[in-house]
Write a protein that binds this ligand. Structure first.
Ligand code: AMP
Length: 425
């Protein structure tokens, strides 16, 4: 009986893997060009890390976290996001003292028990960055510029970066109160989700997907109109610097982000062709988080892109790089010679597959065609006896065959293979 995979946990088959690798490598290249260094964080953490950082009233912790009791009674969670782990690692390694300004990036799977649908999985991959130790608007502008450069590098079609300011511990409490009062006055018209979270997480009123909620909250108070003077100055300077860098931003006063730890600058990246799950990435400033997790008062700003969403939006259809050579032993006595020849060619950077010696010439050539190799190197009993191999150039589709001595160097063999290209159209 077949055992199916788990809903929301998908396999990445080879044809997809090449695109993912390109998207990741390009993002990584941009991150490293900005001086970000890779950090690897574990897949599991203590559950309380996320309750304290992401927030116990966030959907992620309240409804979506994979948490379980370990054999020793500890509450363990599969990480739903990367920021909390990076900050924990940064504190635990003493980096807040040794390297107070740190630029770190991570890559890997995250787990959220959301309802699976197109572009939304229970295991998905994020590439994210954290810029710790700076609270100045230049850090925000540089981060937004980095986000835009990643979008450019992965050629995200029609990408948009929306920004908002979420205020800080000075101005947000009063705004929050004003929003709760607004919500209470319209309580009967809100959806059940909004009713339930009004007192605990009122900001979510603003990004509720329910159409009636959107109408009801059309004239709700907005954070941007309640910013204190320092937050207002910070926000203005971020926009000014970003604009000077040519980074296009769209102001979205309703964008609040789902996580409790954000303050001031928050942003979300979307792209064309994603439908309902339009967000490719998101992030923001989280100045209280390091202290919340037991560290010093240290600022931070970060973001994460979803690799699956990048894939969905991407129009890159470059085929996966194929193999170069099939070495085809045509008799049992040729098998060992074929394996050793293939090894020599691989060491000279050719991509080589070795056929099965019990297959006939026709089947070997069919296989060569299927895997799309350029050259078939044939090793029959006669060839082995004579210490030579025959080469067919399959890409050139000519009958021109070459041959080379089995004790030739990889360079000599390479020249012989190239020589068979002369029949090519
Ligand atoms: P968040 O940490 O919620 O801001 O998410 C950052 C990015 O991760 C999103 O913009 C998506 O690209 C991606 N992402 C979040 N949740 C999922 C999911 N369930 N499935 C696929 N990608 C996701």
């Amino acid at each position: 009986m077949k055992v199916p995979g788990i809903k929301g946990f998908r396999d990445v088959l080879p044809e997809e893997a090449a695109l993912r690798r390109r998207l990741i490598e390009r993002s990584r290249g941009v991150l490293e060009s900005y001086g970000f260094a890779e950090i690897e964080i574990p897949l599991m953490e203590r559950g309380e890390l996320f309750a304290r950082s992401v927030g116990s009233t966030s959907d992620i912790v309240e409804k979506e976290m994979y948490a379980f009791e370990d054999r020793d009674g500890a509450l363990i969670a599969l990480r739903p996001e990367g920021t909390a782990s990076v900050v924990r690692a940064y504190l635990e390694a003493g980096l807040s003292r040794a390297m107070p300004i740190a630029r770190l990036y991570y890559l890997g799977p995250m787990f959220r028990r959301e309802r699976p649908q197109k572009g939304r999985f229970r295991q998905f991959t994020q590439i994210g960055a954290e810029f710790l130790g700076r609270d100045d608007p230049e850090a925000d502008a540089e981060t937004l510029c980095l986000v835009a450069d990643i979008c450019e590098a992965v050629e995200l079609p029609g990408y948009r970066i929306e920004v908002n300011s979420l205020g800080d511990s000075e101005c947000r409490p009063a705004y929050r109160k004003a929003l709760v009062e607004f919500g209470r006055a319209k309580f009967d018209e809100l959806c059940d989700d909004c009713k339930a979270r009004l007192e605990r997480n009122p900001l979510r009123l603003l990004d509720c997907k329910n159409e009636q909620c959107a109408e009801v909250t059309a004239d709700a108070p907005m954070m941007i109109d309640h910013l204190c003077a320092p937050c207002k100055t910070h926000h203005g300077r971020v926009l000014e610097l970003a604009s000077g860098l040519g980074v296009e931003l769209e102001h979205n006063p309703r964008m609040v982000r789902g996580l409790d730890y954000y303050c001031r600058t928050a942003f979300e990246v979307s792209a064309e062709g994603l439908g309902a799950q339009g967000a490719v990435g998101g992030g923001g400033r989280y100045d209280g988080l390091v202290a919340e997790l037991g560290g010093p008062e240290q600022a931070g700003i970060g973001f994460a892109f979803g690799v699956e969403r990048m894939q969905l939006a991407s129009t890159d259809d470059e085929p996966a790089p194929g193999l170069d050579i099939l070495v085809a032993p045509l008799a049992e006595e040729a098998a060992g010679v074929a394996l050793s020849l293939a090894r020599r060619l691989r060491r000279a950077d050719w991509k080589v597959e070795v056929g099965a010696s019990d297959k006939k010439l026709k089947a070997q050539l069919k296989r060569a065609d299927k895997i799309g190799v350029r050259y078939a190197v044939l090793l029959g009993p006669d060839e082995v006896a004579a210490g030579r191999a025959t080469v067919r150039n399959l890409a050139a589709r000519s009958d021109h065959a070459g041959c080379f001595a089995l004790d030739a160097t990889a360079e000599e063999i390479g020249r012989e293979l190239e020589g068979t290209n002369q029949g090519e159209a």
